[in-house]
Design a binder for this molecule. Structure first.
Ligand code: GLN
Length: 249
């Protein structure tokens, strides 16, 4: 059974749902699922992952929902299907963790830009609204996370035309030091246990601290992993952060 917010978690598995990879999965977003599975299992937690395509109902009782990025048309189709299905909104409303990237992030909001930039209704799970920017934001992004969250500096790759404004009740995930993010110097957003970001890369592969934040929201505080389990990730992070520093230096 799913643990409600703050409930004690027994031996049952952490349930992950990967939402609509047939429409929303660009730049290796599947890596986010793999990283959550691995980091949970290394702590001795059982994991059950379910892939839900756009012709299937989104289960309402899972612990963590993941959505990736997508091109404009698949994004429009995904938003339409998710609004009709209703499962993701119910899950978020009862306190499930939602992690959404780029197109997935935008469609969690009240409104986002369609194929021709026309405003379309989002899921209204997060109080953000997105439209079209002047130019596409493509390339590496680095951003410093809201200190309250205790997550190290983010490194990722972005490719989007959308710009996002945050409404009341929603906080920026991070402050951009290289790249574009939301378009106003901030990057991503979170409220309660719903978190969105423009970062691909995939985001959780490059930012295991973010993966651990999501797991902690779902199951409670977790022990750190042994140093040996982190060495590849550390090297990847150093390499990407150095690459950005040398581009701007
Ligand atoms: N289609 C959206 C945009 O361009 C999202 C792109 C993405 O998910 N990479 O803003």
């Amino acid at each position: 059974m799913a643990a409600g917010p703050g409930a004690h978690r027994g031996p049952s598995a952490v349930r992950l749902v990967w939402v609509y990879p047939d429409l929303l999965s660009t730049y290796g977003d599947r890596g986010n699922v793999l990283v959550l599975e691995r980091r949970a299992r290394l702590r001795g937690l059982a994991v059950e992952s379910v892939v839900v395509n756009a012709d299937q109902a989104v289960p309402q009782q899972a612990d963590i929902y993941l959505m990736g990025g997508g091109e404009d048309l698949p994004q429009v189709l995904a938003a339409r299907r998710l609004r009709a299905d209703g499962g993701l909104k119910v899950a978020a409303g009862r306190g499930a963790v939602v992690f959404a990237v780029c197109a997935g992030y935008q469609l969690l909001g009240t409104e986002f830009g369609g194929v021709d930039g026309e405003p379309l209704p989002g899921l209204e799970v997060l109080n953000i609204s997105s439209g079209r920017g002047e130019r596409r934001a493509v390339g590496e992004i680095v951003a410093d996370v809201d200190p309250v969250l205790g997550v190290p500096r983010l490194t990722g790759f972005e490719n989007h035309q959308g710009v996002t404004r945050l409404g009341p009740g929603v906080k920026p995930l991070a402050r951009v030091s290289a790249g574009t993010g939301n378009g106003d110097g901030t990057e991503g957003a979170y409220a309660a246990r719903v978190l969105g970001t423009y970062l691909h890369g995939p985001a959780l592969v490059r930012n295991p601290g973010l993966a651990d934040l999501l797991l902690t929201w779902a199951v409670g505080v977790l022990p750190p992993l042994p140093e040996a389990a982190e060495s590849w990730t550390r090297q990847l992070r150093e390499q990407r952060l150095d690459a950005v520093a040398s581009m701007s230096g």
